[in-house]
Ligand binder design. Structure first.
Ligand SMILES: [Mn+2]
Length: 240
């Protein structure tokens, strides 16, 4: 039974959002989380649930290819009526930069930040990536990564990988901030355009403030994988 508390914002009646934090190649944990969501939907049906992945799907963990393959497939049971929204994180940004530019600096930067494990998961030996190593990544997987959104709005919330720059309207937020920001966002006590539900900055437990909900609980570093469950003016968590 999920413990639910008062949330810092609200969703329209009948909407339910499941927002999942940084997965980082932990395909088994993500599959476990999807099973928890399906069990919750079976116990408490909802007419139009939305599952949002907050980015940093790839890098560092053992099976980024498995995570992307899973998210390229439709939700396991159409009867759940689930809409899936996939957001971009700074790690997808680094990976796409490496693949697209093939600039040696961009490639080195990505490989040094968890890209080696990602390449290995697509069958590329991590020690010495050969020329055109990106050919090992199926076009459908690259297309999926290129199609990721920078943010998603629902009710009083904006779902985004890293956060928002305070005192800047949502429409004028930079791609850089949406994917990478830490301070001054994390310490900002004033209002933001919407309550931000975000990952990117790992903490031992979810962080709930008046203006943000942080749910990167460091799954790839031995922590939990966290899913925030938002409905009306309530907030609960699923964790694996
Ligand atoms: Mn991140």
């Amino acid at each position: 039974m999920m413990n639910r508390t008062l949330a810092p914002a609200r969703l329209p009646p009948d909407q339910r959002v499941y927002a999942i934090g940084d997965v980082h190649g932990c395909a088994g944990r993500l599959a476990d989380m999807h099973r928890l969501i399906r069990a919750d939907l079976a116990a408490r049906p909802n007419p139009a649930p939305c599952v949002i992945h907050l980015g940093d799907l790839v890098d560092r963990g053992p099976d980024s290819a498995g995570v992307v393959a899973m998210l390229c497939r439709p939700w396991p049971d159409p009867a759940d009526q689930v809409t899936v929204v996939n957001l971009m994180g700074n790690h997808e940004d680094m990976m796409l930069d490496a693949v697209t530019s093939a600039d040696s600096g961009a490639v080195r930067h990505w490989l040094a930040n968890g890209g080696r494990q990602t390449l290995e998961s697509w069958g590329v030996p991590p020690s010495a990536p050969a020329a055109r190593w990106w050919d090992a990544i199926p076009p459908a997987h690259l297309g999926f990564l290129r199609g990721l959104s920078l943010f998603h709005r629902a009710g009083g919330y904006v779902f985004v990988h890293a956060g928002l720059r305070p005192e800047v309207p949502l429409a004028r937020q930079s791609r850089e901030d949406l994917l990478w920001i830490r301070e001054p966002f994390l310490s900002w006590a004033g209002a933001l355009p919407l309550v931000a539900v975000h990952g990117h900055t790992p903490e031992a437990e979810p962080v709930v403030r008046a203006n943000r909900i942080g749910i990167d609980t460091g799954a790839v570093m031995g922590g939990k994988l966290t899913c925030a469950v938002l409905e009306a003016d309530t907030l609960g968590f699923l964790q694996t």
